[in-house]
Design a protein around this ligand. Structure first.
Ligand SMILES: Cc1cc2nc3c(=O)[nH]c(=O)nc-3n(C[C@H](O)[C@H](O)[C@H](O)COP(=O)(O)O)c2cc1C
Length: 354
């Protein structure tokens, strides 16, 4: 029986187990989005997990969602990520970078720029802009020049990530950020070739993906989706049509993986399994009572090849040792998810060696 402890060939690398660290924003980067030594320590602590996917990282300045988000669009950022990738590799780990363009989930107070999005539709709600909460702004509808510039930024970010030694990139097309905003009817009201039908709403996602695939082998590119996800004021109508089409196109591109963040009310994983021919990464919504049993069941019944864990990886630097020995898990402290410094970041205790 296949177990979460089994290795898996993922493109040019073999990862030692089926556990993936889900991408998690932690807001610990320096000013200007520079990755730092503390981030290096955090990722190195978690390198026994089969594959780390980094926190959402901005491919261009206008796509920075929150203060403290790292970027991959300057030489300093690239050098910082190189130290992190080298650190993770030096202890036997593997690491992909999640490229997260925030689209309308940003603010002039964060970037000094008007947020850009498929359409000038302001999301409901507020975001943290540095000193307090502010309402979202109405974003600028992306012109064809902006569409090209942002696509070029994704390409440049991918080149930088690979040059920095990351093992690959994951395009973030989930959770209400830019690429998801193109897929969803309520954030994309365009009447040109990027809006309306599933083919049109998926067009920009696929254009960005294809541009990235010109500089990265397909085995080093993954993508994340969250069908029916409501986060960041997303409301999808034709989920079946949108994601059936998108997945049929992904099948033609031989990617490293498709990462599905399962959402309440829609079993995105089962939906993807029926349609996707490659490696699937499952995330969330499976309950935590018998984690090992859940992992093994999902993998041995071929529901997914890999399984990503977010909060458990955040709170347990030695997650694999705990899974393997049946030890208790530290609970994640949400009050420090997005704070600064080492507290709630690199100071979660490891198992005591007796
Ligand atoms: C603190 C925190 C930050 C997150 N940031 C991101 C992110 O940057 N990109 C992303 O795709 N998902 C992000 N997520 C969602 C997680 O990747 C994951 O889907 C979610 O935590 C559910 O998995 P879990 O039940 O194993 O925690 C974040 C979640 C948490 C708790």
């Amino acid at each position: 029986m296949t177990s979460y402890k089994d290795s898996l060939i993922l493109g040019a690398m073999t990862i030692p187990n089926r556990v993936v660290m889900a991408p998690m924003t932690r807001n610990r980067a320096d000013e200007n989005g520079d990755p730092n030594e503390l981030m290096r320590e955090y990722y190195m602590q978690r390198a026994s997990i089969g594959l780390i996917i980094t926190e959402g990282t901005a491919p261009e300045h206008v796509g920075k969602a929150y203060p403290g988000i790292p970027g991959i669009y300057t030489d300093t950022q690239e050098n910082g990520w190189k130290l992190i990738a080298d650190g993770v590799h030096s202890v036997g780990g593997h690491i992909f970078m999640q490229l997260m363009h925030s689209g309308r989930i940003s603010h002039k107070k964060i970037t000094g720029l008007d947020p850009v999005a498929p359409s000038a539709v302001k999301p409901a709600g507020e975001l943290f802009t540095g000193t307090g909460m502010d309402s979202f702004e109405t974003p600028l509808e992306m012109s064809s020049e902006q569409l090209n510039a942002t696509k070029a930024a994704f390409v440049d970010a991918t080149s930088r990530a690979l040059r920095a030694g990351l093992d690959g990139v994951e395009l973030h097309a989930a959770n209400g950020y830019l690429l998801h905003q193109f897929l969803a009817e309520n954030s994309n009201t365009r009447v040109d070739q990027y809006g309306g039908t599933p083919e049109n709403r998926a067009r920009y996602v696929l254009e960005v993906l294809d541009a990235v695939l010109e500089v990265a082998p397909s085995s080093q590119v993954g993508i994340r989706i969250s069908p029916n996800g409501k986060f960041n004021d997303i409301d999808e109508v034709d989920i079946d049509g949108t994601y059936s089409y998108l997945i049929s196109e992904l099948n033609r591109r031989n990617l490293a993986y498709l990462h599905v963040a399962n959402q309440a009310g829609f079993d995105g994983l089962a939906f993807a399994r029926e349609r996707y021919s490659g490696i699937l990464v499952a995330n969330s919504g499976y309950g935590d009572k018998d984690k090992v049993g859940t992992l093994n069941h999902l993998i041995s019944t071929n529901q997914a090849e890999l399984f990503s864990l977010g909060r458990m990886a955040l709170a347990n630097p030695d997650l694999m040792a705990r899974l393997n020995t049946g030890a208790d898990f530290n609970a994640a402290d949400s009050s420090t998810f997005y704070s600064r410094g080492a507290v709630g970041y690199t100071d979660y205790p490891g198992l005591k060696v007796t």
